[in-house]
Ligand binder design. Structure first.
Ligand SMILES: C[S@@+](CC[C@H](N)C(=O)[O-])C[C@H]1O[C@@H](n2cnc3c(N)ncnc32)[C@H](O)[C@@H]1O
Length: 300
């Protein structure tokens, strides 16, 4: 059955894309309709083009994107106390600042179109790409709402001793355009910040060992970061997209918070890891476990 022939009546969430565009396998890798979880093996740009045709008014309440940082270019870093080359994979190699910016404009413009009118997008990155992302958002007339500084309390040391220790990443939060009436759960944020207004600097540790039980992704984000993002900007039942989902940290947090999730990645190894993590989150997601988990988040 072709994608165009699938209608909302016969499919609880008609996003099973069977077309094969030029650079994209575009296959559903894992789905759980009851929990609202869909994982796709696809090139997110071609995948979003298909969705835009089907949903010209927008489909997603929120997008979290953690795109390639383009930093795997022969530099060194410290991993587990050892000096290692930065090589996260072919997907992370730079093509020069102009091409990298063009890539960012390409996927970001698709995200803007596929957001619902009041939807918002969060994009995380280091200095290697975050300035291009901010500029692209301005070029696309998105409305930048905040730039969050995620501070890591235990960053790896700087081995060269010629720079400050890199200890932050930036997450830009933006609305589709300046007409959007975006969702911000102010009270929930104040509650987890001991009754005070939540500031734009968030101190949260990198993913712990438990979060890597099924294997590692080289740029895996902590679940606590995604939980805060999802809690701040969506409501229960909302639909969240992660176009560069990696190990599906966004999906795990979405399941724990009763949101629906669509994840996309190009790499088979990461999809396998995602599937394992999503299945585990679904298993854990009994009401009792969820209550315990949320208490843990709130007391952090
Ligand atoms: C920075 S990582 C995301 C890590 C993720 N946030 C996590 O917590 O595991 C970026 C991911 O984007 C994927 N990727 C790169 N280009 C892509 C594309 N055009 N379409 C879909 N996925 C892509 C890579 O395979 C990689 O897993």
């Amino acid at each position: 059955m072709r994608y165009d022939e699938i209608d909302d009546k016969h499919d609880p969430f008609p996003m099973m894309v069977m077309e094969n565009p030029e650079h994209s396998p575009t296959q559903c890798y894992f789905r759980n309709d009851e929990y609202g979880v869909w994982l796709y093996h696809a090139n997110c740009i071609e995948f979003m083009d298909i969705l835009i045709k089907k949903y010209p008014e927008g489909k997603f309440d929120m997008i979290f994107a953690d795109p390639p940082y383009f930093l795997s270019n022969g530099g060194i870093t410290c991993h587990a106390g050892k000096m290692v080359k930065v090589d996260k994979g072919q997907w992370d190699k730079s093509n020069g600042p102009e091409m990298n910016h063009e890539f960012n404009m390409t996927w970001l413009s698709r995200c803007q179109k596929i957001l619902k009118p009041n939807g918002t997008i969060w994009v995380s990155g280091t200095h290697h790409i975050i300035h291009s992302i901010g500029y692209a958002m301005q070029q696309l007339d998105m409305k930048i709402l905040n730039d969050i500084t995620w501070e890591k309390p235990n960053p790896p040391p700087n081995l060269s001793c010629r720079y400050f220790t890199h200890s932050t990443e930036t997450v830009i939060w933006a609305a589709k355009n300046d007409k959007a009436k975006h969702c911000f759960n102010y009270d929930a944020m104040r509650k987890i910040n001991y009754g005070k207004q939540m500031k734009s600097v968030w101190t949260l540790p990198a993913p712990n060992g438990n979060e890597k039980d099924f294997g590692k992704h080289p740029t895996q984000k902590p679940i606590a970061l995604l939980e805060r993002i999802i809690l701040a900007s969506t409501n229960e039942g909302d639909l969240v997209l992660d176009p560069f989902c990696g190990s599906s940290t966004t999906g795990v947090a979405a399941i724990l918070l009763n949101r629906k999730y669509v994840g996309i990645d190009l790499e088979d190894d990461y999809l396998q890891l995602s599937k394992k993590r999503l299945e585990e989150a679904i298993k854990k997601s009994s009401v009792k476990d969820k209550e315990v988990h949320l208490c843990e988040i709130i007391s952090q």
